[in-house]
Design a protein around this ligand. Structure first.
Ligand SMILES: [Zn+2]
Length: 433
C-alpha cells in the first residue's frame, strides 16, 4: 500500500462518542481547496468573481471534477453543467442521497458562499471512506450551475431546472446583458445536451442536504457551532419601470414636471412602509437597483428603473404585499403623471425543511458535542428548489460578522470542520440502509 503524505492531515481532536470516533475531518485540506478554488476568479483575491459559463467558471468546474475523480467518485455533467459526483452504494438502484451547493460567485464576492457546501461534502465523503465505511445507498455531490442571478437576472437556474419549475422553453428566453440567449451561451461553453433531460424524475433522490455559511451574524454572536434550517424564505422579484417627459432642470417649473426619480423615491418608501404594515418579523423588502435616466445634473429624470426583492417565509403574506404594491404604484403614477409598469420576474414558494432531517442533524450534532440551533434561512439557496421535490435540509456554519457577498467573507477551518463532521455523520446515518 502506498501512502500519500502530501496532505498530512491535522485531525480534529474532539471528544467523540464511540459511533463517531472514526470520522476525522482534514480541515487543512478543505481550507487549501477553498483557497485554490478561489483563484478561478475574474477579480483579484480576496475578492472572487465567477460568472456562469465564463472561462473562469469553466476552469473551476475542471478543478472540482479533478478533485471528485481523485476521491474515486464517478462524475456526470448534465446539459446545463450541473455536476454530479457519485459514491456508488452497495444498492445502486436505491435513490441516492444528494448533498452539495453552488460554486459561482457574484461580482466582487467572497470565497465561502456555496463552495463550503461542495468541498465540505467532498471532505465528508473522504472522511467516511477513510473509516472503511461502505454506504448501502449511493451518495451524490451536487455542484449546481448558477445559483447567483448575475448573468441571467434569475437565481438558481441549475436547481430550478432540476426541480422543473424552470422549463427549457423559458430558460431559452433568458438573456444576459449582451443580449445573448441562455441556449447559445451554454452551447458555446460546451454544454450541448437536450435541455429536457435536466429535470429530475420523481423519486430520483431520497434526501438532499446543503451545507452553507450562515451569511448572517446570529451563530457567531451567540457562539453556536451550527444552525439547522427549518424553513427557507421565498424570494420574489419585481421590476418597475417609470417613464416621464423629462426636460430642462432650470426651465420646467415644479407643477409641470413628471419626474420619475421622485415617483421612484415615493415607491421605494411605499415598499418600506407596506412591509412593516402588512409583513411580519420575517418579511423583508429591498429596492436593490434604482437607476435614473438620462443621468445629467441639469436634466429632469424621465426614465427610472427599480428592481425590488420581497421575501417572506409565508407566501400568502408576501403575496398580499405584492398585490397591494401594484395597486399603489398605479395610484402614485397616476397622481404624478408618470407612465409606470410593474413586471413580476419571479414569485417562488417558500420551503419547509424535512422534520426527519432536522431531527437527524440535531441528533448528530448533539452526539458529537457540537452546539446547534434551529433557524430560518432568509437567504434562498438551491435547497429551496430541491426541497420542493425531495426531503431536504440545510446546515449553516457561522461566518465572520455575518459577512457575505463581499471579499471579507470568512468561515474559519474550525467552524467549517464542525459543519462537515455533522454532514458526514448524517450522510452515514442516512446511507446505511
Ligand atoms: Zn450561496
Amino acid at each position: 500500500m502506498k501512502f500519500n503524505f502530501d496532505h498530512e492531515p491535522e485531525l480534529a481532536s474532539v471528544q467523540l462518542l464511540e459511533k463517531d470516533i472514526e470520522i476525522q475531518i482534514d480541515k487543512e485540506r478543505v481550507s487549501d481547496e477553498l483557497k485554490k478554488l478561489a483563484t478561478f476568479s475574474d477579480a483579484e483575491l480576496p475578492a472572487v468573481t465567477r460568472i456562469l459559463y465564463t472561462p473562469k467558471d469553466i476552469e473551476a468546474r475542471a478543478y472540482l471534477i479533478s478533485l471528485f475523480e481523485e476521491a474515486g467518485l464517478s462524475v456526470r455533467v448534465d446539459a446545463i453543467g450541473n455536476i454530479f459526483a457519485r459514491w456508488e452504494g452497495e444498492n445502486p438502484e436505491l435513490p441516492a442521497i444528494a448533498t452539495g451547493s453552488h460554486f459561482d460567485a457574484l461580482p466582487l464576492a467572497g470565497q465561502y458562499d456555496g463552495t463550503v457546501g461542495i468541498l465540505g461534502a467532498l471532505e465528508a465523503i473522504r472522511s467516511l471512506k477513510k473509516t472503511g465505511y461502505t454506504p448501502k445507498r449511493s451518495i451524490e455531490i451536487l455542484a449546481f450551475t448558477s445559483e447567483e442571478p448575475t448573468r441571467f437576472k434569475l437565481g438558481c437556474v441549475g436547481s430550478r431546472m432540476l426541480e422543473g419549475s424552470l422549463d427549457p422553453k423559458t430558460a431559452c428566453e433568458l438573456t444576459d446583458d449582451d443580449g445573448l440567449d441562455f441556449d447559445t451561451i451554454r452551447k458555446n461553453a460546451g454544454f450541448s445536451g437536450d435541455l429536457s433531460s435536466v429535470k429530475l424524475k420523481p423519486g430520483h433522490y431520497s434526501y438532499f442536504l446543503e451545507l452553507h455559511t450562515e451569511q448572517g451574524p446570529i451563530l457567531e454572536e451567540e457562539g453556536t457551532d451550527v444552525g439547522i434550517v427549518t424553513s427557507i424564505a421565498a424570494p420574489s422579484t419585481i421590476h418597475i419601470t417609470l417613464e416621464g417627459d423629462g426636460g430642462h432642470a432650470g426651465a420646467v417649473l415644479m407643477p409641470e414636471r413628471n419626474d420619475t426619480a421622485c415617483a421612484g423615491a415615493e415607491i421605494t418608501l411605499l415598499i418600506e412602509s407596506l412591509t412593516s404594515e402588512l409583513g411580519g418579523e420575517d418579511t423583508v423588502a429591498t429596492v436593490g437597483i434604482f437607476n435614473n435616466g438620462p443621468g445629467a445634473v441639469n436634466s429632469i429624470p424621465r426614465n427610472t428603473f427599480l428592481a425590488v426583492d420581497i421575501r417572506d417565509v409565508y407566501a400568502d403574506r408576501r403575496d398580499a404585499i405584492l398585490e397591494t404594491l401594484e395597486t399603489r404604484v398605479a395610484e402614485i403614477c397616476e397622481r404624478r403623471g408618470v407612465r409606470g409598469k410593474c413586471t413580476l420576474i419571479n414569485k417562488d414558494y417558500p420551503a419547509q425543511c424535512s422534520d426527519e432531517l432536522i431531527d437527524k442533524l440535531e441528533e448528530q450534532a448533539n452526539e458529537m458535542g457540537i452546539t446547534s440551533k434551529r433557524m430560518i434561512s432568509r437567504a434562498y439557496h438551491d435547497c429551496l428548489f430541491m426541497a420542493h421535490i425531495v426531503p431536504s435540509a440545510m446546515l449553516f456554519v457561522p461566518c465572520y460578522k455575518g459577512y457575505s457577498h463581499r471579499p471579507e467573507e470568512y468561515a474559519s477551518p474550525d467552524q467549517i470542520e464542525k459543519g462537515v463532521r455533522v454532514i458526514a455523520g448524517t450522510l452515514r446515518d442516512l446511507s446505511k440502509d
